[in-house]
Design a binder for this molecule. Structure first.
Ligand code: CP
Ligand code: NVA
Length: 307
């Protein structure tokens, strides 16, 4: 079963093939109406079920539109208006939805719920964000960096702020793609130590620092994310601790000339990043958002056994 749960569990050649397919499919339908089915309609007749335990704009729309473009259909459930919110187990939900859909995507509060869904589903399961990771996002990010002319092998990616779920998926994919990372966080917001060590053991260079300017120095891309993720508590303390890690033009100027700024969005302008950087010439955030469609189409094709 081709579950797409994390970037450190999918083999490196598969990740490369997924990115190549994302580039190919994007190019093949340039300028087409957004709901027109790709020429080969490879998932004709397929039904995707999406489950959301948390809010979403990009993930929901990109999976829906992406599945349509592949020739299939998508439906969305949320935990509040489904029986999940009244205590039906993930295991039973998995068994039921496996009878009605061909593939599932879950945005979960707890990573363990994703694993439970995958354990009991008889169809492929895709991670649409958990408290631990956000693998689909990072595939779209890597596609955007390659479009910007970056060779991922040997590239340097700086992360500024909270060592959160998005940062984790960057760490997971580093050994497979051969980029190094400089991660600047305050103490207490450092990415999971075991995750960092696992990436290092697979050959990735992952540098940890508390100095955002030092992390940006020599980087080919600077990436950040919200200081308060969905489900986080202690908003005031977080904003205080993370305040010095804002990506401003000053920080971006420390990076290599033409370094690409990325943010998974939604952004909190004036907090983790300034308007000047968000709207500046080095920002590719809206290409990044669009690439969620293309990258996830390739993920769904792999899950379907068609890549
Ligand atoms: N980046 C991202 O996953 O956005 P949504 O929360 O809007 O899906
Ligand atoms: N780190 C953020 C990402 C949102 C797409 C969160 O988990 O809320």
């Amino acid at each position: 079963m081709n579950h797409f749960l994390d970037l450190d569990t999918v083999p490196a050649p598969v990740l490369r093939a997924i990115l190549d397919e994302a580039h190919r499919r994007k190019a093949a339908r340039a300028g087409w109406p957004k709901a027109k089915v790709d020429a080969d309609g490879p998932l004709d007749g397929w039904q995707l079920g999406m489950i959301f335990e948390k809010s979403s704009t990009r993930t929901r729309v990109s999976f829906d539109v992406g599945m349509r473009q592949l020739g299939g259909a998508a439906l969305a459930l949320d935990s509040r208006t489904s029986q999940l919110g009244r205590g039906e187990t993930m295991a039973d939900t998995a068994r039921v939805l496996s009878r009605m859909t061909d593939m599932l995507m879950l945005r979960a509060n707890r990573h363990g719920d994703l694993l439970e869904l995958a354990q009991f589903a008889s169809v492929p399961v895709i991670n649409g964000l958990t408290d631990r990771s956000h693998p689909c996002q990072i595939l779209a990010d890597l596609q955007t960096l390659e479009e910007g002319g970056l060779d991922l092998k040997g590239a340097r990616i700086a992360w500024a702020g909270d060592g959160n779920n998005v940062c984790a998926s960057f760490i997971h994919a580093a050994p497979a793609f051969g980029y190094s990372m400089a991660i600047a966080t305050p103490p207490g917001y450092v990415p999971d130590r075991a995750m960092v060590e696992a990436a290092r053991a697979r050959g990735a260079r992952i540098d940890l620092t508390d100095d955002v300017n030092a992390a940006a120095a020599g980087a080919d891309s600077v990436v950040t994310d919200t200081w308060v993720s969905m489900g986080d508590t202690g908003e005031r303390e977080r904003k205080q601790a993370l305040g010095p890690y804002q990506v401003s033009s000053d920080v971006l100027d420390k990076a290599n000339p033409g370094a690409i700024f990325l943010h998974c969005l939604p952004a909190h302008r004036g907090e983790e990043v300034t308007d000047e950087v968000m709207d500046g010439p080095q920002s590719r955030i809206f290409d990044e958002a669009e690439n969620r469609v293309h990258a996830q189409k390739a993920v769904m094709l792999w899950c379907a056994g068609k890549l």
